[in-house]
Design a binder for this molecule. Structure first.
Ligand SMILES: [Zn+2]
Ligand SMILES: [Zn+2]
Length: 159
């Protein structure tokens, strides 16, 4: 969604509510992204503050079970008509011609916020390295491969 920000930039104290959904074209984003928040001008500083919510489809990094997680990503930026400093950070966003494409900004924040790996539960036992069985469903019967160095250490410690 494009928002026209001329009146916000020009009027201290003004604000614009945002509440819309867009579809992020990626197979891992299972629902439309719902964006709720506002763009406001406080003492001449224009800030975008919103939350993006959606379902994220992924798999457990340990047992490979498919997972769907409800995700909420905060979106917080200061909008400027001109970026002055060369080495600006992610907080500052330049708005060309007082128009902002909110979707792109939110999508960038989503990709930055999504953790690189998910686990289905904190104590997921994962898959057996030998037979591939899901160890959450019980032991698979494979013999443990004991590292000889570890075995020697265990003997030393008296088990
Ligand atoms: Zn798992
Ligand atoms: Zn096994």
């Amino acid at each position: 969604m494009f928002v026209e920000l001329e009146s916000v930039f020009n009027n201290d104290g003004s604000s614009l509510a945002i509440d819309y959904s867009y579809s992020l074209d990626d197979e891992s984003i299972a629902t439309p992204v719902h964006v709720v928040g506002e763009i406001f001008n406080k003492t001449g500083i224009v800030t975008l503050k919103a939350k993006a919510t959606f379902d994220y489809a992924t798999q457990c990094a340990l047992c490979c079970k498919p997972l769907v997680r409800h995700a909420t990503v905060p979106v917080h930026h200061i909008l400027l008509t001109e970026i002055q400093d060369e080495d600006f950070d992610d907080l500052y966003v330049q708005v060309e011609n007082m128009r902002l494409l909110v979707d792109d900004l939110v999508s960038e924040d989503i990709w930055l916020a999504i953790p690189p790996r998910f686990v289905c539960k904190e104590d997921c036992k994962g898959l057996c390295a030998q037979c591939g069985a899901d160890l959450n469903e019980g032991p698979c019967g494979c013999k443990k491969v004991i590292d000889p160095r570890l075995a020697a250490l265990e003997q030393l410690l008296g088990e």
